[in-house]
Ligand binder design. Sequence first.
Ligand code: 2M8
Length: 450
Amino acid sequence: MTTFAETTATAPCDSLRRSATQVLLGNWTGAATVPSRALYPHQWSWDSAFIALGLRHVSPRRAQRELETLLSAQWGDGRIPHIVFNPAVPDGAYFPGPDFWRSATAGRAAGASPFIQTSGIVQPPVHALAAWLVHAADPAESRRRGFLPRVYPRLAAWHRYLGGARDLGGGGLASVVHPWEPGLDNSPCWDAALARIEPAPPGSFVRADLRHGSAADRPTDLDYARYVRLATTYRDHGYDDARTPHAFAVEDPSFNALLIASEYALADIADAIGADAGPHRRRAEAATAALIGRLWDPVDAIFHARDLVTGAAIAGHSVSGLIPLVVPGLPATIGKALARTLHGPRFGLGRVHLVPSYDLTAPEFDGNRYWRGPSWFNTAWLVHRGLAAQGEEEAAGLLREQFLTSAHRSEFAEYLEPYTGDARGILRFSWTAALALDLLHAPVAQDAAR
Ligand code: 2M8
């Protein structure tokens, strides 16, 4: 495997920084950044949080704007929708679009904006962590603009929604109700739960994604038919979590780990603006205990998602189960065990490119198809941050080096085939560029340790 220094012989950092910045400038719409002009022409929730982490090194002010544009589409019940639609983009450019979600009408009782069209589901809560790190990039500018006092109430409401209406299992963890919500859309972990869903009739919708990429790299038509059914049912129940008969309800380790990391960030924000940080720290500690109690598997040495419909743990080994490495205060024994799993045959750290999204040894592993095996840059960034926080500096350094090499060589690909490192999905993908900028800025995630 060639390294970052070898592939980019002269001034590697400058050249990477320049091209990553160009990707972000090219994908900026004036108020926010699209993940990709072609495949994802609107604003996505967790993409924007990752994008802000890179933008803070280019323009802290623009990074603030990115997050505030997203927050301006927040619903009255606290949810941050997973897509904020750009009205200037033609209908049909992305499916499912505004006509499908109908947020202004179907989401009215849940407090959706009558003016800003959005989806009705959510994505992982990386936002408070991103807001805190954006502030830290330029505290004087942040204070001058009153950034933290403005975003704090919205971020707190977002966490209240997840900890309240979304604690479907009653055990102190947030649930996801659609495979798009954890962000790892077609992970094999969801196969058994999805198999119970009656697919929407063929021909009742038209996919737009296949116009921009190879069908072999994307979810299948059958996956989409089930995604559509689940989203339709939620919409037709007014996006009301209590009323919807959720046929898909899962406690996902990564989603909850990011909520905990963000809850600690909210405590830091509260301290910085003179609010009471105590409740945030207590909630983060309680959620950490719930995460370990409900999802940690000491035999497999990984966190497993839990299917709330059957009540059983989901046996698959996903990168999601490693991301709790980012949880501040995770017991060191668990951190060490996760690092061993990462080096083992299922994830092959150092022997493959980045961290595969799914168990390399499993029959369902597919190195090309989206979240069924390919390596992604946002999860690599999170694992890198977690390793650094756990004191696993060598592994963190290795992952950083691989990240920068692959991001540059692949032209900021959406994802990689883990064995060859070949680009998959689309190129000039925003979070790949943004997180490369972030890793370029700091040799290790210096702000990860608490
Ligand atoms: C992918 O998900 C969207 C649906 O939300 C799609 O397939 O159309 C996922 O990779 C998700 O994690 C990501 O946020 C989104 C935009 O980059 O694309």
